[in-house]
Design a protein around this ligand. Structure first.
Ligand code: ZN
Length: 415
């Protein structure tokens, strides 16, 4: 009964690609800038949950036995089978149950080790569940069908739209929404207001939704290349209890050097003291002095080389790079020293002289660093400024302005 082979090859896409790039995805563009009193609500396992509840499976979408089914795909009107439970929902049911069980055990556990164990288990299920949705749209999947994937997306879009309408009716403004999370703002709204909203949403959608908490303030960031254009899922904010949440900036990325991450971290920690956007504004001068402190360390060559290491994954074999990007140069140097380096590996290097006419002198892989190695001050200053620019661009700071703050007017044109 298992299909032997399916032809029609299609490139594999992960769930995120399908959600964001595909027309199937649905989101509310973030409102760039700082917001007070924003609450975050997340549907848990929204897509798998919808696949289970709406019986979404390759053989249940537009089935032949239930052409007058009451279970219809929103917008598209496809009928969904009412007589048989699909194979995909059958499988998902058990996994969703297990994930919920592990989450519950995690929340109950008092021993941190136990807690960690259960958390990892529920996280593993989260990934498997997410993959189940992604796989549904993969043409070579034995149990995949693109219509089933489209149906899941249509149900998800409707869910987010319904949810946003419910929220707006209660006076909330949607400041950002992506995949299965919504960021809602309402003046003077309390935790209770958000919890009540969640209850109403669950009653209406029949899907579990959790209230993640309220941010004292949250900053949604614009694109770095297109001024003023918002970017999905790039923000930083502080919850009422002081917990910081950061997405999509250097701090979270494995490739940025320590020195840059440390500086960003310290700036966020400092800003986290602010209870609202007004206090945030008052702390910006502090943030700038932190930047200056780190810049001075770079300028005075006080930074350990270990804190300047950049890690980049090779997307292709070293020889296949057309441009002399830093990771390719570093990889070639390693190979010249007899090391085998290929696509998929991560190379670690420091920038020694970015403008050197000979590419092999621009960077140095960590394996070849010694006590004589010198780093490129200007290049690391630029990386540092860029990281703080990422955070402060909604407040009227440009890279040039920040450079002037560090070096003074006269020297700011270092390049
Ligand atoms: Zn049917």
């Amino acid at each position: 009964m298992v299909p032997w082979k399916k032809s029609e090859p299609e490139n594999f896409k992960n769930a995120m690609d399908l959600l964001v790039a595909d027309r199937g995805g649905f989101y509310f563009e973030p409102k760039v800038g700082i917001h007070d009193n924003v609450g975050e609500i997340d549907f848990s396992s929204m897509y798998p949950m919808l696949m289970l509840k709406k019986n979404i499976s390759p053989e249940t979408v537009s089935c032949e036995c239930c052409s007058d089914s009451a279970n219809r795909v929103p917008e598209l009107g496809y009928n969904m089978c009412e007589r048989r439970v699909g194979i995909v929902p059958k499988v998902l049911k058990l996994m969703l149950k297990k994930r919920m069980y592990y989450k519950e055990m995690r929340n109950k556990a008092s021993d941190p080790e136990e807690r960690r164990k259960y958390d990892q288990r529920q996280a593993a299920y989260k990934i498997i569940l997410c993959t189940c949705f992604g796989y549904l749209g993969y043409r070579n999947a034995r149990f995949g069908k693109v219509d089933a994937h489209i149906a899941a997306c249509a149900f998800a879009r409707k869910t987010l739209l319904d949810t946003s309408k419910l929220a707006e009716r209660r006076g909330f403004e949607i400041v950002h929404g992506i995949v299965d999370s919504l960021y809602l703002k309402k003046k003077r709204a309390t935790d209770k207001d958000f919890i009540e909203l969640c209850r109403e949403i669950t009653d209406y959608t029949r899907l579990p939704i959790s209230y993640e908490g309220r941010y004292r303030w949250i900053v949604f960031l614009p694109s770095k290349t297109h001024f003023g254009v918002p970017v999905l899922n790039r923000f930083y904010g502080v919850f009422q209890d002081g917990k910081v949440k950061v997405r999509g900036i250097e701090l979270r990325r494995g490739d940025a050097p320590n020195i840059v991450q440390q500086c960003q971290n310290e700036v966020i920690k400092d800003l986290a003291e602010a209870r609202n956007s007004r206090e945030f504004a008052e702390l910006i001068p502090d943030a700038l002095s932190i930047l200056r402190k780190y810049a001075d360390r770079i300028l005075n060559r006080e930074v350990y080389l270990a804190d300047l290491v950049i890690s980049k994954q090779l997307s292709k074999d070293p020889d296949r790079y057309v441009n002399s990007v830093h990771q390719a140069i570093a990889a070639r140097q390693l190979r010249d020293h007899g090391l085998e380096v290929m696509a998929g590996q991560t190379v670690k290097y420091i920038i020694v002289d970015a403008d050197n006419r000979r590419p092999e002198r621009r960077v140095l892989p960590v394996q070849l660093v010694d006590t004589e190695s010198r780093y490129d001050v200007k290049e690391y200053l630029k990386l540092l400024v860029d990281a703080i620019y990422t955070m402060l661009s909604p407040f009227g700071f440009t890279r040039e302005k920040l450079m002037i703050r560090i070096l003074g007017q006269s020297q700011s044109s270092l390049n």
